[in-house]
Design a protein around this ligand. Structure first.
Ligand code: ZN
Length: 311
């Protein structure tokens, strides 16, 4: 099941909290369905729960009886065709929400959404007919698609206003329609929760947490690689200095405490400061101090005798 179908099935199962919300959901589902007109037209969907919900809401929310028949979708899949074949049913539906069907352009009648409780129900209805969401494992994208520019603009404004979370949608013109979309994973999660699709919202949250953890691991391992490079280049300098001492005057010439460290470093170029200090049972600053001495001594010899000492 696609992520879109998963959200729609979840939304279609929800029962409106009160009659005003039921009407708002009916308004949303039909307004964005292409059937909200005096003309005889049909809405085709592959989503059975959405199709059933349209019929149910038209009857209970507007007293209009719609028709459901089998069809084939644009992707040649089994689908459902929802329509209002009778002119009087179409008019009844329009008038139930303060429309005449003769408006110069179709817009959201905010009077239907007067109560705050109705906003999520309206958007739930809208998503059932014109919404889609990409699988979060691939990308974060949730979109409402509207046939008319003004309708899309009204939806854009409404989505930006709802709930107590910050959503900043974008508006885009597509072939023959207008899209209102979100690209931010966190915002999509908030909107899905607001609509009542808590299962889908949880799934999205898990994907986001997984991606974040993976990014953190990558960042950490980059950091460790950088540190390893640093350890390695410091160690190369120390080893070169110790080798110069060993070649010119021999490590035996060194005081005992420097000698032990010099041999240990020469045998273990990749040991960290911490490991050296643990091995010798002295503090890290002690090790550092002794290494500085060895470098001074060794680099002094290199400067004096030239680079040939190392070759
Ligand atoms: Zn309500």
């Amino acid at each position: 099941m696609s992520f879109t179908s998963q959200i729609k099935s979840e939304l279609a199962q929800l029962e409106p909290k009160s009659h005003c919300c039921l009407r708002a959901e009916c308004y949303g589902i039909w307004l964005f369905s292409k059937c909200f007109t005096l003309l005889d037209s049909a809405f085709i969907t592959e989503c059975a729960p959405a199709a059933r919900k349209m019929l149910e809401l038209a009857a209970v929310g507007a007293g209009a009886s719609a028709q459901l028949t089998y069809a084939v979708s644009r992707r040649s899949r089994p689908a459902y065709r929802v329509s209002l074949p009778e002119g009087q049913e179409r008019l009844r539906l329009l008038e139930a929400f303060g429309h005449t069907g003769r408006e110069p352009c179709l817009r959201i009648n905010r009077a239907v959404l007067e109560n705050d409780c109705c906003q999520d129900a309206f958007l739930r209805g809208a998503f059932l007919t014109c919404g889609s969401a990409t699988d979060p494992n691939k990308a974060y994208h949730l979109e409402f698609s509207a046939l008319y520019q003004n309708l899309a603009r009204d939806l854009y404004t409404l989505i930006g206003e709802v709930g107590n979370f910050r959503v900043s949608p974008a508006l885009v013109r597509r072939n023959g329609s207008y899209g209102v979309y979100l690209k931010d994973g966190g915002q999509i999660e908030d909107l899905l929760t607001f609509l009542g699709a808590t299962g889908a919202s949880m799934e999205l949250m898990q994907v986001r947490m997984y991606k974040e953890a993976k990014n953190n691991i990558n960042r950490k391992s980059n950091f460790e690689t950088a540190n390893m490079d640093k350890t390695y280049s410091a160690s190369a300098r120390q080893t070169a200095a110790i080798a110069a001492i060993s070649d010119s005057q021999g490590l035996e010439s060194l005081p005992e405490n420097l000698q032990a460290l010099a041999r240990l470093r020469l045998d273990n170029p990749d040991m960290t400061l911490r490991e050296l200090s643990q091995r010798l049972g002295i503090s890290r600053s002690g090790v550092n101090h002794r290494l500085q001495k060895l470098i001074e001594l060794g680099e002094g010899i290199i400067m004096e005798k030239g680079i040939n000492v190392l070759m």
